[in-house]
Design a protein around this ligand. Structure first.
Ligand code: PLP
Length: 448
């Protein structure tokens, strides 16, 4: 598949999205109206070619711009299931997890533990033990408590884990406050410089811990290369300091993920290639200025790998027109399958699956009992009636992975599409699933 320089993260629809001769939107040469007929609604649709294209863009950009060793970790929190993790692994990316559940999923997908990196600000005793026993390749230690816990467990089990230290670099990425992570007032990472110094002292007393390097991640949905360049600068200053103060070389630098994607016309994130080029140049220039050798450069994107690949197809239901105020058109999903709108005020683009005319201004509402359950406010769409299908683009990242069963709505199925073929990669939940873990106490009649 040829790679275009307009990166996937700069367009709103998957690479294979087309209007077919019937006038319907296709993804992966699969007609979305047909997919909903077969698999039900709402439906998450995931384009295999788009995921492959994003993975290849990262790998190619690193090959072109960074002369040292490099690695692309897929931040599986963006979309974590067996098929997606496996597909991305087969493209040559390694995997980042932040919980025992993500680790379990990744291992079940057949991904070798040594290619997994374990992140997170509060890994539990059980999670760390599980990861150590499975032979996870890297632990990104977030705080001093975790460092102690990890070293105690490693000594107990008799394992030598590879350790990176996450620092809070004090960089403000211009993105939503909930997805900014690099500031000093953040729950993530070691405070600088004192907690980093302390962590290095503790590592030097724990010979089982193998120190690999430093990590920082400053936020998500970032539309500028500056925060990445600034992160590199801070990390390289720390590398120089560790060499000078402790004679400790830093073999690996992980500059995090966070590259944004376009959700609406006018959104203008740097391309994957441009972001990697800027990071690489900063690494090359910064290491030479400080007399350091080039460490392994690690990036860990999530959203820009799977975001644009995903779309959600809904079916229109009821309609409420309030004269001279607003017309609400409700769909059969909403905040449970896409919590990003209520959480971050995220904005999306939408099309009617079948072509149409007579455009009107409507507000797309979800079906939950929350006034805030609005998918898209004030959007011009062809006249909609009950039974019509709508496709909301760019729902591949942080929709399924943040989905809930609010109002006991079963989570939608997810299908992977490629070259006219579709296959379920996540079954639709059922009403029975909604109660499968409920228990009636004996005084109310006992188990059901
Ligand atoms: C530590 C870490 N790495 C990588 C990512 C992936 O970020 P994104 O999906 O914006 O690329 C995140 C997400 O917040 C993160 O917390």
């Amino acid at each position: 598949m040829p790679l275009s320089k307009t990166a996937l993260n700069q367009v709103i629809r998957p690479v294979t999205a087309r209007v077919n001769p019937l006038g319907n939107w296709d993804i992966g040469s699969c007609d979305l109206a047909e997919l909903v007929k077969t698999y039900g609604s709402p439906l998450y649709v995931l384009d295999e070619a788009s995921i492959q294209s994003a993975c290849r863009a990262y790998l190619q950009a690193l090959r072109e711009h960074y002369p040292g060793p490099s690695e692309v970790l897929y931040a599986s929190k963006a979309l974590c299931n067996l098929a997606v993790n496996r597909l991305i692994h087969e493209e040559g990316l390694t995997t980042e997890v932040v919980s025992g559940g993500e680790l379990f999923t990744v291992l079940k997908a057949g991904i070798p533990a040594e290619s997994v990196t374990f992140q997170g600000n509060n890994k539990s005793f059980e999670e760390l033990r599980y990861a150590l026993k499975e032979g996870v390749g890297r632990f990104v230690v977030d705080n001093l408590d975790e460092l102690d816990l990890l070293s105690t467990l490693a000594e107990e089990i008799g394992i030598s884990p590879n350790v990176m230290l996450r620092v809070a670099p004090g960089i403000e990425a211009h993105t939503h406050a909930f997805i900014r992570t690099g500031e000093i007032d953040s729950k993530f990472g070691l405070d600088l410089p004192s907690q980093l110094d302390e962590a290095i002292r503790r590592i030097s007393r724990r010979p089982l811990l193998r120190f690999l390097g430093l990590h920082a991640h400053v936020g998500s949905q970032i539309f500028d290369v500056e925060p990445f360049v600034a992160t590199v600068e801070v990390l390289l200053d720390l590398c120089a300091k560790l060499e000078r103060d402790y004679g400790l070389p830093v073999a690996e630098l992980d500059v995090g993920g966070g590259l944004g994607i376009a959700y609406e016309a006018g959104d203008d994130p740097p391309s994957i290639d441009a972001a990697i080029e800027a990071i690489s140049l900063a690494m090359i220039r910064g290491t030479s200025q400080r007399g350091l050798s080039l460490p392994k450069l690690i990036v860990e994107p999530g959203r820009s790998i799977v975001g644009t690949a995903g779309a959600t197809v809904y079916t229109v239901g009821s309609r409420k027109a309030i004269p001279e105020v607003r017309t609400y058109v409700a769909v059969d999903g909403g905040m449970p399958d896409n919590p990003r709108v209520v959480t971050y005020g995220a904005r999306y683009s939408v099309d009617r699956v079948a072509a149409g005319d007579n455009e009107e201004l409507v507000t797309l509402a979800g079906k939950c009992c929350e006034s805030g359950d609005i998918l898209i406010k004030d959007i011009q769409l062809p006249k909609l009636k009950a039974g019509d299908h709508l496709v909301v683009w760019d729902t591949g990242a942080y929709c399924f992975s943040m989905a809930s069963n609010y109002n006991r709505l079963p989570r939608p199925a997810m299908v992977l599409v490629a070259e006219g073929h579709s296959e379920v990669i996540r079954e639709r939940e059922t009403f029975a699933d909604m109660v499968s873990r409920d228990r009636l106490p004996s005084r109310l009649g006992g188990q059901r």
